[in-house]
Design a protein around this ligand. Structure first.
Ligand code: SF4
Ligand code: SF4
Length: 334
């Protein structure tokens, strides 16, 4: 029943935004904190090769987001209710992360951060009071895997595990409002890894695991995506959720529609989502499209959220014409 109500509510909001009954203003601010990272995962979108068909989605702009930029944006857009500190890079590498989270939190916004978990020990005592959610991306479930994927020394895994345990056993206990999640990509070629990720969470006390469908940027990688008619994978997930019940909450991926004509194209990202980086670049996409110079600049434009780029993207989702190809396999468009 609640999911039916949720669907109805989302459709109503979408309709109100499309018809202008609700005004378009940023309520979510997603900050690309830096493109620097202490990991170098081979699948990272910083490492997409020039010759790859996905090269247009690569993010490798050297920048770092600072406090004064956040102050400027929050002053300009007081309707922002949530501030997310994300990559593509490691947020815990930047100097202003905690002061920025503190500012957002103290002004009543929800604060979230996505991290690889290897550097969070630098901020014990500051995470719980300043963040509502921390999501740890599981890039390696053992020392060898982490070394192979992220090109880091084997001992980084020990630090990572130590950090996770402290996070859930000390930081989150002392600050019970802090929600700790882990996340992993659902790879259909490697279901065992999904089970191992769940086991890792249970062994280390992580209470919630988010499974993400493979985010295909275009048709070339669609074989990695799990479609809603692939019952083998869906049954596997349901069984795992059941097995872990009471010990770990698993949020399943959004399964992708096989038939494009059945899609709702219901994404309202461009109506309420502002993604920014330290160069002032912007995007209105909550998943795939990184901030880019050609989309506008929050530093030099009076109201970047109402510029031609945002208006034309809103028109695309309102009319169904000119929606970018990368949206086809995105959970928000299904
Ligand atoms: S941890 Fe994240 S940002 Fe860093 S290299 Fe890996 S995928 Fe990229
Ligand atoms: S549907 Fe498109 S615009 Fe919306 S979040 Fe997904 S990729 Fe971004």
């Amino acid at each position: 029943m609640s999911s039916l109500l949720d669907t109805y509510r989302k459709r109503l909001i979408k309709r109100m935004l499309h018809t202008g009954l609700l005004s378009s203003q940023p309520t979510v601010l997603s900050i690309f904190t830096t493109n620097r990272c202490n990991f170098s995962c081979f699948y990272c979108s910083r490492n997409i090769l020039d010759e790859s068909p996905d090269a247009e989605y690569r993010y490798d702009d050297k920048s770092e987001f600072h406090m004064e930029e956040l102050e400027k944006i929050l002053d300009k857009y007081p309707a922002i209710r949530k501030v997310s500190f994300v990559g593509i890079g490691e947020p815990f590498l930047i100097k202003d992360l905690i002061p920025m989270a503190m500012l957002a939190h103290e002004t009543g916004r929800r604060t979230t951060v996505i991290s690889n978990g290897s550097l969070i020990h630098r901020q014990w005592g500051n995470i719980g009071p300043n963040f509502d959610d921390i999501s740890i991306s599981l890039h390696g479930l053992n020392a060898v895997e982490l070394q192979n994927i992220a090109k880091v020394k084997e001992n980084i895994f020990n630090q990572f595990v130590e950090n996770i345990r402290y996070l859930v056993n000390v930081e989150a206990k002392e600050f019970p409002n802090l929600n700790v999640h882990a996340s992993v990509v659902f790879l259909k070629q490697n279901l065992e890894r999904v089970s191992l990720a769940a086991k890792f969470c249970m062994e280390n006390g992580i209470p919630v695991l988010d499974l993400h469908n493979y985010l295909s940027l275009g048709p070339d990688a669609r074989h990695n995506v799990v479609f809603e008619d692939e019952h083998e994978y869906i049954d596997f997930t349901e069984k795992l959720i059941e097995e872990c019940k009471g010990r770990l909450k698993i949020n399943p991926p959004v399964w992708i529609k096989r038939d494009e004509t059945e899609m709702e194209w219901g994404c309202i990202s461009f109506y309420h989502y502002l993604r920014v980086d330290g160069l002032g670049q912007v995007s209105g996409c909550g998943r795939i499209m990184p901030p880019e110079a050609e989309n506008g600049n929050f530093g030099s434009e009076e109201d970047v959220f109402q510029n031609e780029y945002f208006k034309s993207m809103r028109a695309s989702f309102r009319t169904g014409k000119g929606i970018p190809a990368c949206c086809r396999y995105c959970p928000d468009a299904q």
